[in-house]
Design a protein around this ligand. Sequence first.
Ligand code: 5AD
Ligand code: SF4
Length: 477
Amino acid sequence: MSEPVEPAKRYLIRTFGCQMNEHDSERIAGLFEADGMTAATDVDDADVVVLNTCCIRENADNKLYGTLGHLKSVKDRRPGMEIVVSGCLAQKDQEGIRERAPYVDLVFGTHNVHQATELLHRSRAEGPLTEILAETVADDHELFPSAMPAHREHGHTAWVTIQIGCDNSCAFCIVPAVRGGEISRPFDRLVHEVADLAAAGVTEVTLLGQNVNSYGRDLTLAARQAGDDVRVRPLFADLLRAVGAVEGIRRVRYTSPHPKDLRPETIAAMAETAAVCEHLHLPVQSGSDRVLAAMHRGYTAERYLEKLAAARAEIVDLAVTTDIIVGFPGETDHDFEQTLALAAAAEYDSAYSFIYSPRAGTEAAELVDRYVPADVIAARFDRLKVVLERSALAKHRDRIGRVEEVVVEGPSRKDPSVLTGRTRQNKLVHFASAEPLRVGTFAEVEVTDAAPHFLRGRLLEVTASARHRTRIPVAAG
Ligand code: 5AD
Ligand code: SF4
């Protein structure tokens, strides 16, 4: 049967939010390409624009509706353009998206990613469509998520989702409502997937999950010792070791562990597995025990610092980063002083700080009478930033004179004659190179200078060339 050949439709995906969303975008791109579509370079030459959304904080909502407003004017000029909204905000607002922006053609949720092309075809045939699965369907995580064709942004790195959803109930957090409960992907499947990625030239993988340390809680694994049929559940530490042992994988990263679940086994696996990078992102959220309890975080500031000290004692040259929320409902000056004290004591290499953002449906959003005034939060936020930058700069200055292994990420954004690489501790290093080095090249660089958010260095030698094939990048916004 022959059908008239239409020019391939061009798609553009703009991603908001976290790595999980970035990875979902890669999968949507992979499905579109398997369906014959090609990547567009910007909105003006795209037939299909997907906004893959985030709802973790309010400004994410605002960004979506701002972007939609702009897309409407493009669509008014080119009525054939299709606008798709996917991701966490779609899961949260559902029909509300098309009520606010009726020119949107398709809305699908976090559990529908594997149906992206099918839904697009349906909305073309039947008209605007909102399709939100309430939870992951039984066999969805078989397809889910990395096993589906993915179109990766950098050929030398790959995200591997090891677990979706979250079983915790942090009082400020909308994630469990939009991503559902925890589901771990099968151990062997993950290891095979990483081996396949390595065979395709990937040298660095980042294991993704909302709470990676509880990986496997819902799985069992046949013990491998000969004659032993005891079934044990795999630990995240086992996965780190197995993935780190895959030939060709030189760097393993992961995000994020929950401090309450950070086990000695994980620390030992990090220390003993050469490929696992010396970087721990351990979100603390607050330094006040009272606030931590109100957030339901399950640890005290002291316990958190003990775990950090244990990790630092075992893992040589460990970089530590964190997330901190300022202005959780009821946070007093005293609570905030404790956050400042913890931030100083933890000596972070870098930190993301966030202004508390009430998310409808979360426990903390109900505490309206305890909301902290915006000007108080802003002043606290600035004070915290000073402490965090001081500590980051001190950490970075400590590295001057050291020789670091970097992986080239491309030309520096500010100065294309300078290359940017990433160290094992996840720090960016800018350095000059007489010849262009391909993205994914391993090199040794001597650190010559430090700033709070990056290092500068001098190229010593290239140690390994990139092994992957070059790919067309997915647009991320
Ligand atoms: N307000 C502010 N920050 C939040 N985060 C999650 N939910 C909120 C919220 N409602 C932050 C936490 C988390 C990071 C991914 O986002 O610090 O670790
Ligand atoms: Fe949200 Fe807490 Fe789960 Fe992290 S652990 S995703 S902050 S509920």
